[in-house]
Design a protein around this ligand. Structure first.
Ligand SMILES: [Zn+2]
Ligand SMILES: [Zn+2]
Length: 212
C-alpha cells in the first residue's frame, strides 16, 4: 500500500500482465501514468520493435547508392592512362551485380512483410492461400513463382502465392449455415460460393451494417 505520494514522486509498478497495475495507478492519485507499451512506441530505436517494409526500402536506397558508387569507381579506373590501373577493376562489375541481387532480395522481403502485416492487421483477405483475383482457385506454381491457369489470364506473381496468405482487398462476407462468417476477397468469395451448401456470399456494403 502506498502511504505518501508527494509532488515529484515517481512510482514504478512492476508485475505481470493483468496483475492490477492500472487499478493501483488509478487509486494512487497520480498526475500522469506512463505505461511501458506507450514508451516503446515513442522510441523508434527500441530493440523489440518489429521491422517495417519502410525500413527494408530504406536499405534498398542504400544498396542503390552503393551500386552507383561501385560503378562510378569502375568507370574512373577504366579512364586511367595506366593499363595496370585499368586492369584492377575486373571484379567491380560482379560486385555491382551482387549488390543488385541484394537489392532484389530486400525488395521481395519488403513485399512479403507488407502482405503478412496487412493480413495480420485484418486489412486484407486472410485466407491462408492465394487465388487469382479474377478467376479464384486456378493457381499453380513452382520455384517461388505462381501463375493463373485460366485460359487467357496473364496474371503471374513473383512469390509462392499458393503457400502465402491471400492479401487481396476485402470485398465480400462469407457466411455458413450456422451463422459463422468471415470477410474475403473476390476470388475467395467466388470459390466459396461454388462450395457452400447453405451459406451466403454477400458483397460488402450491401449487407446490414456494412463492414465491421
Ligand atoms: Zn486468372
Ligand atoms: Zn482472398
Amino acid at each position: 500500500m502506498l502511504r505518501s505520494n508527494g509532488p515529484g514522486t515517481l512510482v514504478a509498478a512492476v508485475g505481470p500482465g493483468a496483475a492490477g497495475k492500472n487499478v493501483f495507478a488509478a487509486g494512487a492519485r497520480s498526475v500522469s501514468v506512463v505505461c511501458l507499451d506507450s514508451l516503446r512506441e515513442r522510441n523508434p530505436m527500441s530493440d523489440d520493435q518489429e521491422p517495417t517494409p519502410a525500413e527494408l526500402r530504406a536499405l534498398m536506397t542504400e544498396a542503390d547508392a552503393l551500386q552507383r558508387r561501385i560503378l562510378d569507381i569502375s568507370e574512373r579506373l577504366g579512364a586511367s592512362a595506366s593499363e595496370d590501373v585499368r586492369r584492377t577493376r575486373f571484379r567491380l562489375e560482379d560486385a555491382a551485380g551482387a549488390v543488385r541481387t541484394v537489392r532484389q532480395d530486400l525488395d521481395e522481403t519488403a513485399g512479403d512483410l507488407a502482405r503478412v502485416r496487412a493480413v495480420r492487421d485484418g486489412r486484407v483477405c486472410a485466407v491462408p492461400w492465394g487465388v487469382c483475383p479474377d478467376h479464384g482457385n486456378t493457381l499453380t506454381g513452382t520455384g517461388g513463382r505462381a501463375w493463373c491457369t485460366a485460359p487467357a489470364c496473364t496474371r503471374r506473381w513473383g512469390y509462392d502465392r499458393l503457400a502465402s496468405p491471400c492479401g487481396e482487398p476485402l470485398t465480400h462476407r462469407v457466411a455458413d449455415a450456422d451463422g459463422g462468417s468471415f470477410l474475403a476477397c473476390t476470388g475467395h468469395a467466388m470459390d466459396a460460393s461454388k462450395r457452400l451448401v447453405d451459406g451466403t456470399v454477400t458483397p460488402l456494403g450491401t449487407e446490414d451494417g456494412g463492414r465491421d
